[in-house]
Design a protein around this ligand. Structure first.
Ligand code: ZN
Length: 405
């Protein structure tokens, strides 16, 4: 938070300084609420008068409200401040068959959740999603909607903000952000699902002090979010982190990306289903949930299929371990329900991939909520970051004049 780079010789304008201080104070309230102004000044190192000015502004903007009155053994009773939980964030996690839509407050508590079908027609999916979002806004008229966060299994161009690579959705280049913003009038933040999970780890998770970790999301495909030196790694085109599409065997099965033998054709939910269908010669359409249920009931072929999947995940993870040397690898997905039985297969491979020192920790995180929390973090980080104030103004002027359908 207070990691300000003093080697950057650009002179900060007083506006920039105000924005940084605003971000620092807002973040402190978020992490330590309820908190008094005196404690804010003490922890931030800012002057009491500066803290008062900023908190007044945050109260005017309805980001912060007065919490309970504090009790001290003697003297004045301080007024505590906390985030305004009437500030709400609309979220969606797009997956190839199904999209989960939800509504959360600024603290990441979910007020509602629902699902809708995802189709391979991006326009139709955008329309359906915008209709759900508008309805949620209508039935919660007392809330202040901060933005829409959308995570999806694909990559987004930093320049155009279009979805440029989404093989498992089967979508062409599409302006999902623009379509939802025009239909709802609310700002939209798009992010790759694995990157969003990495942000959620930083905002809500246990990785606050970890500067190097990688999130691996295992679902219909395999995604990775790479967080190194305290920052999300995006690469020049926003495509960084596509380990799932590195071929492990160029003569392997075809992948949705057009290649062959990619890591994800061996380690994804779809791979486990393929293993099961091949070994049981069943024609039956199964979901990954069905496969997990079969494994739970002791079905030997389902267990074998999951074992192969876990092994393949571990083997591919060695690229990450050897190449990036993270402190921790967070695995997100429904597969983590079988972690107790098969997690050691991944840990073993990870241990073998490390060349010196201590191998990274591998931590499983249950799937759906982690992905949704990621979408909340996505919106919040735009408002709690150091230059959030400036970005807000910029966005207001960009939305003005845009037709709202
Ligand atoms: Zn591929």
């Amino acid at each position: 938070m207070k990691r300000i780079d003093f080697t950057n010789t650009q002179v900060a304008s007083s506006q920039t300084a105000r924005d940084i201080n605003r971000g620092v104070v807002l973040n402190l309230i978020r992490r330590r609420q309820p908190i008094s102004r005196a404690d804010l000044a003490r922890v931030s190192g800012l002057q009491r008068s500066t803290v008062s000015l900023i908190t007044e502004q945050l109260i005017r903007e309805r980001w912060v409200v007065h919490g309970p009155i504090g009790r001290l053994p003697r003297g004045r009773r301080p007024t505590f401040l906390r985030l305004n939980d009437r500030r709400a964030i609309l979220v969606a996690d797009l997956r190839p068959q199904q999209t989960r839509v939800g509504l959360a407050d600024v603290n990441g508590n979910f007020l509602s959740q629902e699902t809708m079908p995802t189709t391979n027609d991006p326009r139709a999916t955008a329309q359906g999603l915008a209709a759900r979002i508008r309805r949620l806004m209508e039935v919660h008229p007392h809330l202040l909607f901060e933005g829409v966060g959308i995570s999806l299994p694909g990559r987004i161009s930093e320049k155009t903000q279009h979805v440029i690579f989404a093989p498992n959705l089967g979508w062409p280049d599409f302006d999902l952000k623009g379509a939802i913003e025009r239909a709802t009038g609310v700002r939209v933040e798009l992010e790759n699902a694995a990157n969003a999970c990495a942000l959620a780890e930083v905002w809500f998770g246990h990785t606050e002090k970890i500067r190097d970790f990688v999130v691996v999301t295992v679902s219909e495909g395999i995604g990775t979010g790479v967080f190194l030196n305290g920052q999300l790694v995006r690469g020049r085109t926003g495509m960084a982190g596509e380990f799932g599409h590195v071929p492990l065997d160029p003569s392997g099965p075809s992948c949705a990306c057009g290649g062959k033998g990619c890591w994800e054709v061996y380690g994804s939910n779809r791979a486990a289903l393929r293993y099961y269908q091949e070994s049981s010669a069943t024609q039956q359409e199964l979901s990954f949930q069905d496969l997990l249920a079969l494994a739970q009931s002791g079905d030997a072929l389902a267990l074998k299929a999951l074992e192969k999947m876990f092994q393949a995940i571990g083997r591919g993870m060695r690229m990450i371990v050897t190449g990036l040397a993270p402190e921790e690898i967070v695995v997100v997905g429904e597969l983590t329900r079988q972690w107790r039985r098969f997690g050691s297969l991944i840990e073993k491979e990870v241990g073998m991939g490390f060349l010196a020192g201590r191998p990274p920790r591998v931590r499983p995180v249950e799937g759906e909520m982690a992905r949704l929390r990621g979408t909340v973090a996505l919106v919040l980080q735009k408002h709690f970051g150091p230059s959030a104030g400036a970005r807000e103004k910029e966005h207001e002027s960009s939305l003005q004049g845009k037709a709202i359908a």
